[in-house]
Design a protein around this ligand. Structure first.
Ligand code: FAD
Length: 353
């Protein structure tokens, strides 16, 4: 029996694995994916990171810089995560989808879809969000006769060649997908809940991470957020080159929310219409936590789906830690750069326990 089970073998699971090895604990990762790379395996072809490679380091080893500089894309991240896993000999079993985590005499028992089970005295859940796409409840959604996909399923613009496409959602995914479709789709409309917020061109993921760190350090000392720290969270739009170019072409003007969908497209409150062949929902993700249902955990404050301590330890089940799902499990923990701090803290607590 391993001392620690880690559910999920994406960037958060690997960061945990790195610190578990350093702490000399025995551990096993279980990952539902068919191959290395976590959520990045499912990203679209041109998905681009928010900052240069060297600012996207997991613990111990940074992503090798791209030969020509610039922001790495999906395939570079997958290659990095696969090499990282091999470099630190992190033991991952694939594909193993954990369907339920149960209380047992010797710890917590993870039961998998294929009938196998593993028990350990401590469990880190790091299953990410990609497998739980969120779709808003817009009236008439079921009546739309065209194709509907979530950004989680979007791959390449050629799949929408000559089509009229409605893109819903004003974050980074929406902006990148709009930029990607330009020149392929016959007509495009971008619907955003509020006017899209573009970060200044010089603000990339590194700057956002530094701001998140400053806020985290202040919160840790019980202080208010540092004065003069510009607003701008990880949800605001980073002007990666394709987005900056699309914006300069006037493509990225968000339109207000629709009143409803009909069989042939979207209708705004003032009666204006957009006839669409397809809708791409870039409306975010929720933490993939179905496997925790058997534990009957309660939600936490401020929208946290599970009540956890500042280090992500579950209040109702102290043998369980949650890692990498978002700020509620550690500031910027859902990013390559930010997960190190959260993973280090989780493993330090487990080792102390
Ligand atoms: P994942 O990568 O999703 O890994 C979780 C793993 O757990 C998966 O392999 C999954 O198969 C497995 N799993 C799920 N459920 C189970 C289960 N029940 N049992 C077993 N295994 C399971 N992040 C950055 O750091 N920098 C960026 O610049 C950046 N840019 C982005 C740009 C866009 C447009 C988008 C959409 C995202 C971006 N992200 C970026 C975010 C990043 O993709 C995710 O936040 C990240 O993949 C989360 O890592 P994770 O390890 O927590 O989850």
């Amino acid at each position: 029996m391993p001392q620690v089970l880690v559910l999920g073998g994406g960037q958060a699971g690997l960061a945990a694995g790195y610190f578990l090895r350093r702490a000399g604990l025995s551990f096993q990762l279980l990952d539902a994916g068919p191959a290395q790379g976590g959520a990045w395996q499912h990203g679209w072809d041109t998905l681009t990171l928010f900052s240069p490679a060297q600012h996207n380091a997991l613990p111990g080893w940074a992503m090798p810089p791209l030969p020509g500089g610039g922001f790495p894309g999906r395939d570079a991240v997958i290659a990095y995560l696969a090499a990282y896993e091999a470099r630190y000999a992190i033991p991952v079993l694939r594909p193993v989808r954990v369907t339920g985590l149960h209380r047992a005499a010797a710890g917590l028992r993870a039961e998998a879809e294929d009938g196998r089970s593993w028990t350990a005295p401590a469990v880190i859940s790091a299953t990410g969000t990609w497998s739980a796409p969120h779709l808003p409840d817009l009236p008439g959604r079921a009546r739309f006769a065209g194709r509907q996909i979530h950004s989680a399923q979007y791959r390449r613009p050629q799949d929408f060649a000559g089509q009229r496409v409605l893109v819903v959602g004003g974050g980074n995914s929406g902006a990148q997908v709009m930029a990607d479709l330009d020149g392929h789709a016959a007509a495009l409309a971008w619907v955003t809940e509020r006017p899209p917020v573009f970060l200044p061109p010089e603000v990339d993921g590194r700057v956002l991470f530094e701001r998140a760190t400053a806020r985290w350090q202040a919160a840790r000392q019980g202080l208010p957020p540092p004065e003069g720290l510009p607003a701008g969270g990880l949800g605001n739009i980073v002007q990666v080159p394709a987005v900056a170019a699309a914006r300069a072409r006037g493509l990225l003007e968000g339109r207000p929310p629709l009143a409803r969908l009909e069989a042939r497209g979207g209708v705004w409150p003032d009666g204006a219409r957009f006839e669409a062949d397809a809708i791409i929902w870039c409306t975010g993700f929720r933490p993939a936590l179905d496997h925790l249902a058997p534990l009957g955990l309660e939600a936490g404050p401020a929208g946290a789906p599970v009540a956890v301590t500042a280090s992500g330890r579950c209040l109702a089940e102290p043998r369980l830690w949650l890692l990498g799902y978002g700020d509620w499990t550690g500031a910027a923990s859902a990013t390559l750069a930010g997960v190190t701090r959260a993973a280090r803290q989780v493993v330090a607590e487990i080792a102390a326990t």
